[in-house]
Structures are given as C-alpha cells and as structure tokens.
Design a protein around this ligand. Structure first.
Ligand SMILES: [Cu+2]
Length: 168
C-alpha cells in the first residue's frame, strides 16, 4: 500500500502536455494550478481497476461536499482510439460530476503519460479486440500544479477527504 511521500518526498514538476476536455477545449498542465488535483490514467473499456478507482474518487468527492468545487479530479485516457471526448463524457456520467475526462491524439496522450511516468500498453484479445495494461496510480497534485505523492483511496472517504483538505 502506498502512503503519501513514498516515492517523491519533495513536490515535483511534471512535463508539459496538452489534452482535450469533454467540451473539446484544450487542457494543459497550467490548468492544474489553483487547486489540489487528483489525476488518474485509465480507459473506459477497463473491466475492473478504472471503474473501481473512479468509484472511490467519486466517494471522496461526495464526502468533500462543497469543497469538491475547489478540488480537481482528472481521468486521462490511455486509449484515445476508442475514448473520444463524447465517449469519455458519457462514461463519466456514471460517476461524480466533478470528474473531468481528458483525451487527445496518440502523441498528446503519450506526452501526458511521459509527464506522469505512466506505463500504458495495448494488449490484443482473442477475436481482434484489445485491452490496455496501464499504471493505476492516483497522483496528487498540489495547488501549484506540482506532483506530491500517490494518493491512497483504499481507506474510508472520511480519511481520504481529511488528507486531501490539507492541500487546499
Ligand atoms: Cu483500468
């Protein structure tokens, strides 16, 4: 289990990236500034890890109440081929409305994955379909847009919310 500070004891800059939000607007690293933000990479066809994580993030956002309005929550696809802005928007309608889905062309997604050191790889399935292997870490960014630590969602929403509030 990852605890805060396990990997990077000092807040760290992430690389540049430009993605596309559900409204088709550009979303860059600069937009992370001003609020603590949770960043998670995944894909809408994910059978297990992504829906579970997005459910946990939704529980946390609900527990934050009005403070959720000043918390960022990003779901960045590693499968831009299938996850268009419309697909992302539709998928995220199952979760807390504060969650924002980001996609882009393959080069943009690759740049974002590099910025977060996320691993993502297409894995063929029988019948011509495919799934994605991917890093399933929730990244906590501080309000200066710097990476703090992996954020642990495997605890009660109360504890997770109290931890996140320290970064307002
Ligand atoms: Cu997944």
């Amino acid at each position: 289990m990852l605890a805060s500070g396990t990997w990077f004891p000092v807040a760290r800059e992430v690389g540049e990236f430009t993605l596309t939000d559900a409204a088709g607007q550009a979303f860059t690293r600069q937009r992370l500034a001003g609020a603590p933000t949770l960043v998670f990479f995944g894909f809408t066809h994910c059978p297990d890890v992504c829906p579970t994580t997005l459910f946990d993030m939704s529980q946390l956002l609900r527990k934050l109440g009005p403070d959720a309005d000043r918390t960022g929550a990003l779901f960045i696809t590693v499968d831009p081929e299938r996850d268009t802005p419309a697909v992302m928007k539709d998928y995220l309608s199952n979760f807390d409305p504060h969650l924002r889905g980001l996609t882009g062309d393959q080069a943009s997604i690759d740049a974002a994955a590099r910025a977060y050191r996320v691993y993502a790889k297409k894995v063929p399935l029988q019948g011509g379909d495919y799934t994605m292997d991917h890093t399933a870490v929730v990244y906590l960014m501080d309000k200066n847009g710097q990476f703090v630590a992996p954020f642990d969602l495997k605890r009660t929403p109360e504890l997770a919310a109290a931890d996140l509030r320290r970064y307002f």
